[in-house]
Design a protein around this ligand. Structure first.
Ligand code: HEC
Length: 485
């Protein structure tokens, strides 16, 4: 894992924020840096931000929040250049989502005690895929990337503040951010090592394959994002029933989110990536099979996974998450056609292990996995997770930790916000941490453990969570720490 060397010890002792993405995954670190003092994020409800000692001038929030990437393209660059889509709708889009979006009309049962993949689930996820694919080139070529402007209109919006951190922040070709590092066993399972690792000197277990991904929200979701952030790049809050909430949340029904995930593993490493979309992204230079440098260079990555999430009021969490895997072994015309469903999830299955002991449990009934003829990807106890996700987790358990401290304070997992990645017993035994992590709840409820009642609920959006935590770094410390090897 390359990231431990990113850690700045001096900062860590103070308030650093270390996100281990996955038990054996890489780490993503959001470290605070030098401070600039006051914040224009203070609102009436949210008075003093944390004080800090440094006096350095800090750039205005709006500049950092809405910048496209952590570095500019080099002079003479002729390839694609990412532009942040942040002209958020200022009013809720017109129309009744329940009439506009076919999945909201489909007769699927989120309350059943047992579930199986069937034609209804297939149709549900397929209708989301059809919506998401509108106007995209079905081969998602590098030159076009994932387009936000469809037929002259903005269809997709990005989250601010994700180009702040020089280590993991957005790169300039496609706006992807650096996420969990995967290993060959993630792609093909242990004991099923048919993937040959092409990186010199690597054994299949130790090599790390970085993930670079970019996600966006449709107009319903984009409206909520714009309410939360506005033009200033600082968050807006409202008070509802005496409780401070982030303005614009919860996301309205009609919200659709899509995220495309690319891996540095090649089709030689993982044969079923054959024929996948190849993008060139400004990614970390690889120093050895398991070590990546801060230095970035444009190099190929391959589409491996596509996540979607929609607000559906019938779900016990108000959300349905779904994922697709790229499957180059099937006979289908385009990259888009070769993105096959992996499954859907609408809750954390709090009545199943490890939220409760196996003696008292119910079968998993808030995740449904699709049959797939490549290595079956799943998460904790057959809850849903995607090809490059942490197998001890699941989509919604991890996203259920989308809470941030109030007042633009630095977030520290396990202290003032819930741990979303790899706590030591994750998916290993029944304990309080697992019971909370795998409990179904919905906005505006507080985190199920009852431990983080001051934290603001971000309605399952971990991109909003990244944005708030980056903003907090700026608020408290000004500049992010430079990336150091
Ligand atoms: C162990 C944690 C973890 C797991 C498991 C996980 N995600 Fe995420 N996801 C994240 C983080 C962190 C982000 C924000 C960073 C980013 O998008 O670059 C994110 C972002 C997203 C986004 C963009 C919008 C948002 O809510 O932030 C979608 C959509 C998404 N994930 C869907 C899924 C789906 C579907 C699965 C399961 C197949 C899944 N995720 C599993 C951590 C996780």
């Amino acid at each position: 894992m390359f990231n431990p060397h990113f850690m700045n010890k001096r900062r860590l002792t103070k308030a650093a924020f270390f996100l281990a993405i996955g038990a054996m995954g890489t780490a993503m670190i959001i470290t605070p840096a030098c401070d600039g003092g006051g914040s224009d994020a203070k609102t009436e409800e949210q008075p003093a931000a944390e004080e800090s000692e440094a006096t350095m001038e800090k750039p205005p929030a709006s500049e950092l929040a809405f910048r496209n990437a952590v570095g500019d393209p080099p002079p003479g660059w002729a390839g694609p250049v990412f532009e942040l889509s942040h002209n958020y709708p200022t009013s809720l889009p017109e129309g009744n989502p329940q009439e506009m979006f076919p999945w909201l009309q489909m007769d699927v049962d989120f309350d059943s005690d047992e579930v199986q993949w069937n034609a209804q689930w297939e149709e549900y996820i397929q209708s989301i895929k059809d919506y998401v694919g509108q106007g995209q080139d079905p081969n998602l070529p590098n030159a076009l990337g994932f387009q936000t402007n469809i037929g002259g209109n903005t269809m997709w919006y990005h989250i601010p503040w994700m180009a702040y951190d020089p280590k993991t922040g957005r790169e300039f070709t496609h706006g992807t951010t650096n996420e969990r590092t995967a290993h060959i066993s993630d792609f093909v399972g242990s004991g099923l090592m048919h993937g040959v690792n092409s990186i010199a000197g690597a054994t299949s277990e130790e090599a790390g394959f970085e993930t670079w991904a970019v996600g966006c929200y449709n107009d319903f979701g984009g409206y909520a994002v714009g309410q939360a952030w506005g033009q200033s790049g600082t968050p807006n809050y409202t008070t509802e029933g005496g409780q401070v909430e982030v303005k614009g949340l919860p996301f309205p029904e009609g919200t659709v989110v899509v995220k495309v995930l690319f891996t540095t593993a090649t089709p030689e490493d993982v044969p079923y990536l054959e024929g996948s979309a190849q993008w060139e992204v400004n990614r970390h230079v690889q120093l050895s099979p398991s070590k990546y440098s801060c230095e970035r260079a444009v190099a190929p990555v391959y589409l491996v996974q596509m996540d979607v999430a929609v607000v559906d009021h019938r779900s016990p969490t108000n959300w349905v998450f779904g994922t697709f895997a790229y499957n180059g072994t099937i006979d289908a015309g385009t990259v888009w056609d070769r993105m096959v469903p992996v499954g859907l999830q609408w809750g954390m299955d709090g009545q199943s292990w490890p939220a409760v002991p196996k003696e008292n449990e119910m079968p998993i009934h808030e995740s449904v996995l699709a049959p797939i003829n490549i290595y079956e990807h799943d998460g904790c106890y057959k809850r849903l997770a995607g090809p490059v996700d942490n197998k001890q987790s699941s989509c919604m358990s991890c996203h259920g930790g989308a809470f941030v401290p109030p007042n633009g304070q630095i977030g520290t997992m396990g202290t003032n916000i819930p741990p979303i990645f790899g706590f030591p017993t994750l998916c290993k035994e029944v304990d309080e941490a697992n019971s909370a992590y795998f409990t179904t709840y919905k906005w505006p409820e507080k985190y199920p453990s009852g431990q983080y009642n001051d934290a603001l609920n971000l309605d399952f959006s971990l991109q909003m969570w990244v944005a708030f935590l980056q903003y907090a770094n700026w608020n408290v410390n000004g500049q992010p720490d430079p990336c150091t090897d």
